[in-house]
Design a protein around this ligand. Structure first.
Ligand code: EPS
Length: 372
C-alpha cells in the first residue's frame, strides 16, 4: 500500500515529502512531474507569489537510473520566497482560515499555523500525484479536470467526453472548457480584485481507463469512493464532494438514477449511462470516474471581515497579507493529483506492489477473469 507524508511551511526553505510503497521499475519522467507543478501554478486570479516561484522537485531517494527502486521516494522542493523567520506575528485571525482554532489549540501564535495550513503544501501533493500518474499510465489510466462554475457563471454541458475536456481546457486560463463562460468568470475575478473580495468555484475530476473492481464494499475504509472523497476534502478550502450526478440524485427517482447493465463479448459488462460516476458499493464499475467538488473562496480578504484581536480582545478587522483572488484552476489540478494517488493506491492494493511487471501480469489476469 502507498503512504506519504508532507512536511514544510509556505515560507520556509524546503518542503519535503516521503512516498513509500511505489513498486519498482516505474520509469520517472522528471519533466512530466515538474510540468504538473507548473500546471498547479497557473490560473487567472493567482497572487504575486506565483511570480516569485518556479516550483520544481528533486527525487532524493528511491529512484535510480530514471526508475523507481521500490523503496521510499524522497521529494524535495525549495521555496524561493524563504522568509519565515522574518515574518511578523499576526493578531487578528482571518474568518475561514485555520488561524483562530490553530492558535488556540497549539499556543504558538497565528504565524506558526498559517504557514503550515497554507495551500502551498499542495505543491508536494501534486508531486506525489504526478508520480502516481506515471504508474497509472502503464495501466491505461488517465486523469483530467475542468472548472464548471464560478460565481453565477456555470458551464451547463451534459456528457462532455474525457477527450473533449483535455482538448478544450488546453489554452484556457481557468481550466475551463467554454471560452464564453471563461470570459465571464474572468470578469468576476477582475471585479472581486477591485472590490477586495475573492472567489471559489466548482470543478470536475475525471478518471478514464480504471479497471472495474478497485476498492471493496466490505468495510467503510475499503470503499474507494470514500477514500477519494476524504482526499478531496483534505485539500485546502474544499467544502463539498460528490460523484456522478451527485446532488441531482436526491431529486430524481431510482429509474432515472441507476446505470443499466449490458454485456458484450469484447467489453465484458458495461453500462449505457454513468449517473453514479463510476462507483457502486465503493468499487469501481469500469466506467469513467466522475468526481465533483466545491472550493470555498480564499479566506484572505483585502477588504477584511470582522475579527477579534487575540491580544487586546478588541473587535477589529481581520489581518490581510498577499494572497490569491481565485485559485480554482489550481485546485482542480491539485484534486487530479490526490485522486491519482488514491487510484494508484487501490491499484497496488489489488495487483500487488513489488514491481511494475508483476502488477501488470496480475492486472491482465484479473481483466480476463471479469470478462467471463
Ligand atoms: C500558495 C502560496 C501562497 C498563497 C496561497 C497558496 O503564497 P503567499 O502566501 O506567499 O502569497 O498564494 O495560499 C493560500 C491561499 C492560503 O490561504 O494560504 C501556493 O503555492 O499555492
Amino acid at each position: 500500500m502507498l503512504n506519504y507524508i508532507t512536511s514544510g511551511e509556505s515560507h520556509n526553505k524546503y518542503m519535503i515529502s516521503v512516498l513509500e510503497g511505489m513498486p519498482s521499475g516505474v520509469p520517472m519522467d522528471m519533466d512530466e512531474i515538474n510540468h504538473e507543478l507548473w500546471r498547479r501554478q497557473q490560473g487567472y486570479g493567482r497572487g504575486g507569489r506565483m511570480k516569485l516561484e518556479k516550483d520544481m522537485v528533486q527525487l532524493t531517494s528511491g529512484y535510480l537510473k530514471e526508475h523507481t527502486t521500490g523503496t521510499p521516494i524522497g521529494i524535495l522542493l525549495e521555496n524561493s520566497d524563504f522568509k519565515i523567520h522574518k515574518m511578523p506575528e499576526i493578531e487578528r485571525p482571518r474568518p475561514g482560515h485555520a488561524d483562530l482554532m490553530g492558535a488556540l489549540k497549539y499556543q504558538q501564535g497565528i504565524r506558526a499555523v498559517l504557514e503550515r495550513a497554507s495551500a502551498r503544501e499542495t505543491t508536494l501533493r501534486v508531486a506525489v500525484g504526478a508520480i502516481a500518474k506515471q504508474l497509472l499510465q502503464h495501466f491505461g489510466i488517465k486523469i483530467t479536470s475542468y472548472v464548471y462554475e464560478l460565481g453565477n457563471v456555470c458551464v451547463d454541458e451534459k456528457n462532455v467526453s474525457f477527450e473533449d475536456i483535455e482538448k478544450r481546457t488546453k489554452d484556457s486560463q481557468l481550466n475551463c472548457i467554454c471560452p464564453e463562460s471563461e470570459k465571464k468568470m474572468i470578469a468576476l475575478i477582475d471585479q472581486a480584485q477591485k472590490d477586495g473580495d475573492t472567489y471559489g468555484g466548482r470543478f470536475e475530476v475525471r478518471v478514464k481507463g480504471c479497471p472495474a473492481g478497485l476498492g471493496s464494499f466490505a468495510t467503510y475504509h475499503s470503499k474507494l469512493d470514500a477514500r477519494i472523497a476524504a482526499a478531496i476534502i483534505s485539500v485546502q478550502a474544499v467544502k463539498e464532494v460528490g460523484f456522478g450526478l451527485s446532488e441531482e440524485l436526491g431529486r430524481i427517482p431510482g429509474s432515472q438514477s441507476h446505470d443499466e447493465i449490458l454485456f458484450d463479448e469484447d467489453r465484458g459488462y458495461y453500462r449505457r449511462t454513468n449517473n453514479l460516476g463510476g462507483f457502486e458499493g465503493g468499487m469501481t464499475t469500469g466506467e469513467e470516474i466522475i468526481v465533483k467538488a466545491t472550493k470555498k473562496p480564499i479566506s484572505t480578504l483585502r477588504k477584511p471581515l470582522q475579527s477579534v484581536n487575540m491580544t487586546s480582545k478588541e473587535v477589529e478587522k481581520a489581518a490581510f497579507e498577499r494572497s490569491d483572488t481565485c485559485a480554482i484552476a489550481a485546485c482542480s489540478v491539485i484534486c487530479e493529483a490526490v485522486v491519482a494517488y488514491e487510484i494508484a493506491n487501490a491499484l497496488i492494493e489489488k495487483f500487488g506492489g513489488d514491481s511494475l511487471d508483476e502488477m501488470k501480469r496480475n492486472h491482465q489476469s484479473f481483466l480476463n477473469q471479469i470478462k467471463q
